[in-house]
Design a protein around this ligand. Structure first.
Ligand SMILES: Cc1ncc(COP(=O)(O)O)c(C=O)c1O
Length: 414
């Protein structure tokens, strides 16, 4: 059985079977990776254990927006690793306040809460919304409701599973009944208005573009309508920008496309340039003030190393004009790939460098990803027929065109 599984995966990285075999024997079977075994990364490239070079068109699910092992971020991490790595929040340290200031000023909020993973940022946002619901909005005790969208993805904790309508996420992990979450269709303002008119709703959490759902882009004006309705019904608008944020969609935040300000934003992934888990919740003053000592925290949240790495990661985004590059390269990508529509591809969609293609034949995405890997480009299906393309934002035009050539060649070979 194991041998069969390994044999099935043996074709991409030469000699990679021994690494895969150890994972199969000793690791939890909670992922189904493509059968490449990577051992090195630099900029937009990764290399496998056999030395084969690939364009990385997943970039750690957008964690490596600044490119792999960016020298400035690595240097920040290295020098801080030799200086002070952890204090816990039992003591102050010299980098937390200035990092919170950079986060607030960069993204336009009053207060920042630093955590570690994206899902923790989501959990924190839900906690803040509920407490705000009781203490500011006046929702009766234990009645607070939070509204989510169908096909959302924000991680796999109990709360995240409890807000999901994907059986892969929630099956046999229940019960979730006490969470008082409501799931409504994405990209649908009428249903949203109905949901938010319930006076016990504290927050509406959504992705400005749904990532794991397959890069689902709502109609232009959706975020503006969400803002209007959240204001009308006194509900906190929570934008999950864990994947869309920090330049990925060609704006610093994806909601900047509509020039609106949510009440809460969650960030993670490329807040560290792919070096370590760092996340943040950003909010207005009168919302974040519901957190008081003892109500929330994390041993590693806001540690000195995370602070230095986050500062360096944000600097790289600004100094190298990666937001602008994402927008420019994204246009070129969609323009060239759209010439394939009508053949095996039925759609290309996205913003900036967050794009996906839809393949006509029902289950072709996996096979195309294998073909792409064989031809030197790594991407991952998000569904049977959808492939997401999210290269590091540092990609230049020559590299992008070379990558598109690989994609076109691979589609033809399929
Ligand atoms: C939109 C969104 N939110 C939250 C998360 C969870 O982030 P993490 O895996 O760092 O917990 C993800 C992960 O892919 C995501 O795409």
């Amino acid at each position: 059985m194991l041998r069969t599984a390994i044999k099935k995966f043996s074709s991409i990285t030469k000699g990679g079977e021994s690494y895969i075999e150890k994972e199969l024997i000793y690791g939890a079977n909670n992922y189904s990776p493509l059968s490449v075994v990577l051992s090195k990364g630099k900029g937009i490239y990764v290399w496998d254990t056999a030395g084969k070079q690939y364009y990385d068109f997943l970039a750690g699910y957008s964690a490596a927006n600044q490119g792999h092992c960016h020298p400035k971020i690595v240097e920040a991490m290295y020098s801080q690793a030799k200086t002070l790595t952890i204090t816990s929040r039992a003591f102050h340290h010299n980098l937390l306040g200035e990092t919170e200031e950079i986060l607030c000023k960069t993204f336009g909020f009053d207060k920042a809460l630093m955590m570690n993973t994206g899902v923790e940022a989501g959990e924190s946002a839900v906690k803040i919304a509920r407490r705000w619901g009781y203490e500011v909005k006046g929702i009766p005790a234990n009645q607070a409701k939070v509204v989510f969208c169908s096909n959302n993805f924000w991680g796999r904790t109990i709360a995240a599973c409890g807000s999901s309508d994907d059986p892969d996420r929630y099956k046999n992990f229940g019960p979730f009944t006490g969470l008082n979450f409501q799931i409504i269709p994405y990209d649908n303002i009428e249903v949203l208005e109905q949901a938010l008119s319930d006076k016990n709703v504290a927050g509406f959490m959504f992705e400005p573009i749904q990532g794991e759902a397959g890069i689902v882009v709502p109609f232009t004006g959706y975020c503006t309508k969400v803002r209007e309705l959240c204001t009308k019904y006194n509900v906190l608008m929570i934008a999950d920008e864990v994947q869309t944020g920090i330049g990925r969609t060609g704006k610093l935040l994806c909601i900047d496309w509509e020039n609106i300000k949510p009440d809460i934003v969650t960030l993670a992934k490329s807040l560290s340039g792919g070096l370590m888990p760092i996340s943040a919740v950003l909010a207005k003053n009168d919302i974040m003030k519901v957190l008081v000592p003892g109500s929330h925290g994390s041993t590693y949240g806001g540690n000195p190393m995370a602070c230095r790495v986050a500062q360096a990661s944000i600097s790289v985004i600004k100094d190298e004009k990666l937001v602008e590059n994402s927008e420019k390269m994204g246009r070129i990508f969609r323009e060239r790939i759209s010439t394939l529509i009508g053949g095996q591809i039925s759609e290309i969609r996205g913003k900036g460098l967050m794009n996906a293609i839809v393949i006509k034949s029902g289950k072709g995405a996996w096979d195309l990803c294998v073909k792409l890997a064989q031809n030197g480009l790594l991407a991952k299906p998000t569904h049977d027929n959808i492939i997401r393309f999210t290269p590091p934002l540092i990609i230049n035009e020559v590299q992008l065109n070379e990558s598109i050539d690989i994609i076109i060649k691979s589609i033809k070979e399929l």
